[in-house]
Design a protein around this ligand. Structure first.
Ligand SMILES: Nc1ncnc2c1ncn2[C@@H]1O[C@H](COP(=O)(O)OP(=O)(O)OP(=O)(O)O)[C@@H](O)[C@H]1O
Ligand SMILES: [Mg+2]
Length: 422
């Protein structure tokens, strides 16, 4: 299995995490002020002595996706030599399970060679208020009573439901990365992969990532899969009309969405092109799900979406589009026997588009022939295309003179006609 580059190039130490200096100082000051940590680490990073920092019971790392929140906590655990107990929203969904996992993790002594334990509640905003209220309360309970460092991450900590968590935590905001910083990191990855990447290509990836380094690195890996050269035109191929989310990102979000709404939400992105999406989805479903049951369920929903779209196009009933999209996005994403997905999925460019591009010239010539014949024999083009042309072709194989007669009748050159008959 290919290692996702986001893992391969994930910074291992505090120093390697790019451009989050303020966050690093705050986080380190909190850890060093309250827990045991190596002296060199603290003297380098822990400079703050404010009450705000030292009084906080936990840390809430906040910021948009893909800018290093999870990475920073992993690097911290490594720097201070703590064992990391990591929980995500699905563990937190039931209060019971949460208590079990944390309880068990904290009761046992840290793994051999570790100084202590650090708890990470990753993506606490993945909690759904109604059904996970227990989860949120349990986190608060754990923070109140725990004697180990607890760090949480969230994209949007200002959601009112986090109020109590925010009040007891030190809020550390991470910055969105700039285009230049992202280009710089992408350039380094290209170099270490031995790939030749056009500067302008990297810039274009960076621009459409909107500061999300994970997205940028994923795009780069997809674009470079199976090749060692990257030019601007390659990017146009996958994302020309999608300045915000590339098709890779859209598919990834749909397949990995934990909830129906998450998958449905990609259609609100201004760059979402549903016609393209349907084509990519059709080809990627069996590759991604690899399971007959799951694939057939997803394909069935896609086919129902297609039926609706057929009707929309025939009758111009555009108000039906949302229903088609629900099926094509949420329906494809949430299948019953959804298998575990690999961390990195290689989405292939739809064969249909490639074939159409490759056969464009041949199709154009065949259409011209169809037109000739249709006029010559006074039949409809679709009849010629679906039947007559094959009959003629079969006849011509048996009796080459027919080609000659047909050619004269149609007033065409001999070479053309022979080539054009299927
Ligand atoms: N500041 C950074 N410096 C270097 N690499 C980074 C940085 N931010 C992100 N990365 C790269 O992007 C990948 C994703 O980062 P990370 O998982 O930390 O994002 P996140 O902020 O936790 O996002 P999310 O909110 O989606 O969980 C990392 O594996 C790393 O390769
Ligand atoms: Mg994260």
């Amino acid at each position: 299995m290919t290692l996702p580059w986001t893992e391969k190039y994930r910074p291992k130490s505090f120093g390697e995490v790019v451009n989050q200096e303020e966050a690093k100082h705050k986080l380190a000051s909190w850890i060093c002020g309250k827990f045991r940590a190596p002296r060199e680490f603290c003297s380098r990073w822990a400079k703050l002595r404010d009450r705000e920092v030292l009084d906080a019971k936990a840390v809430l790392l906040a910021g948009p996706p893909g800018i290093g929140k999870t990475t920073l906590v992993h690097a911290l655990a490594r720097e201070i030599n703590y064992e990391l107990i990591e929980l995500n929203a699905s563990d937190v969904r039931s209060a019971e399970r949460l208590r079990q996992v944390v309880g068990r993790g904290l009761k046992e002594a840290p793994l051999f060679g570790h100084e202590g334990k650090l708890v990470l509640f990753d993506e606490v905003d993945g909690l759904h208020v109604r059904e996970d209220l227990g989860g949120l309360e349990t986190i608060i309970e754990i923070i109140e009573s725990a004697r180990v460092p607890i760090v949480m991450t969230a994209n949007n900590p200002y959601d009112p439901k986090f109020r109590p968590l925010r009040d007891m935590s030190l809020l550390v905001s991470l910055r969105r990365l700039s285009e230049d910083e992202i280009v710089e990191l992408l350039r380094r990855i290209c170099a270490s992969e031995g790939a030749k990447c056009e500067e302008e290509a990297l810039r274009s990836i960076a621009r459409s990532s909107l500061g999300d380094l994970r997205a940028a690195v994923n795009d780069l890996q997809m674009l470079l899969s199976g090749r060692r050269v990257l030019v601007v035109d390659d990017i146009k191929r996958v994302g020309e009309r999608n300045p915000q989310l590339s098709m890779f990102e859209i598919l990834d979000r749909v397949y990995r969405a934990r909830w129906f709404d998450g998958a449905r939400a990609v259609s609100f992105n201004p760059s979402f092109d549903w016609e393209q999406y349907l084509m990519w989805a059709l080809e990627s479903i069996p590759v991604v799900y690899r399971d007959v049951e799951a694939s057939s369920e997803a394909l069935d929903r896609l086919s129902k979406a297609d039926v609706i779209i057929g009707r929309i196009k025939r009758a111009q009933e555009w108000e039906l589009l949302p229903y088609a999209l629900e099926l094509a996005l949420g329906g494809v994403s949430q299948v019953r026997s959804k298998p575990r997905l690999p961390p990195f999925i290689r989405y292939g460019f739809p064969q249909r588009l490639l074939i159409l591009a490759r056969t464009k010239e041949a199709r154009r010539r065949r259409d011209a022939l169809v037109e000739y014949i249709a006029q010559g024999v006074h039949a409809s083009k679709s009849l010629v295309k679906s039947e007559l042309i094959y009959v003629l072709s079969a006849l011509a194989k048996r009796n080459p003179q027919i080609v000659e007669r047909l050619r004269k009748a149609l007033n065409m050159s001999a070479v053309d006609l022979k080539e054009l008959l299927p």
